[in-house]
Design a protein around this ligand. Structure first.
Ligand code: FES
Length: 150
């Protein structure tokens, strides 16, 4: 993985801070997520701090700093889903699988992400697991659904 980071960094001028987003995109495309070592190397290459990198990256939900789980959960907290109890679902998820958004469970079973709208507001509240949308969710339905994903 280290070699692939070097080959990505070699394509970008050292110290050119405008390269940050394209570098992050390339690293994520190559590895599936951005490792802590990659952040260190990007920091050294572009002469910017780790916190600046995280600060910029946090504006873009596409960037992941944890390895993906075997199952990816997206919980919608857009207006329609929020009004229909999306926060209850998120809290249930947190206590059921023990992680917060942008984290991956230690056993690699799930990763969790919060999203602003999945484009099917009439079916709120909505959760997506591995690309499949589950509508009109309740805490009970959600727990059942989780148990079906090992
Ligand atoms: S707000 Fe959740 S699908 Fe639109």
């Amino acid at each position: 993985m280290v070699d692939s980071i070097h080959s990505i960094l070699d394509k970008f001028e050292p110290g050119d801070k405008s390269s940050l987003i394209p570098i992050l995109q390339d690293v994520q495309k190559e590895n599936g997520y951005i490792t802590s070592e990659a952040v260190d190397q990007i920091s050294a290459h572009l002469l910017i701090s780790r916190s600046q990198i995280f600060g910029v990256a946090s504006f873009y939900s596409q960037f992941k700093f944890n390895p993906p789980g075997r199952h990816s959960i997206k919980i919608c907290l857009g207006t329609a889903c929020h009004v229909q109890g999306g926060d209850f679902l998120l809290n249930a998820l947190k206590s059921e699988i023990g992680i917060s958004p942008n984290e991956t469970t230690e056993d690699g079973r799930f990763d969790l992400e919060r999203v602003a709208c999945l484009g099917c507001c009439a079916l709120a509240p909505v959760v997506m697991i591995d690309g499949i949308i589950y509508s009109n969710m309740s805490v009970v339905k959600l727990k059942e659904l989780l148990s079906k994903h090992e």
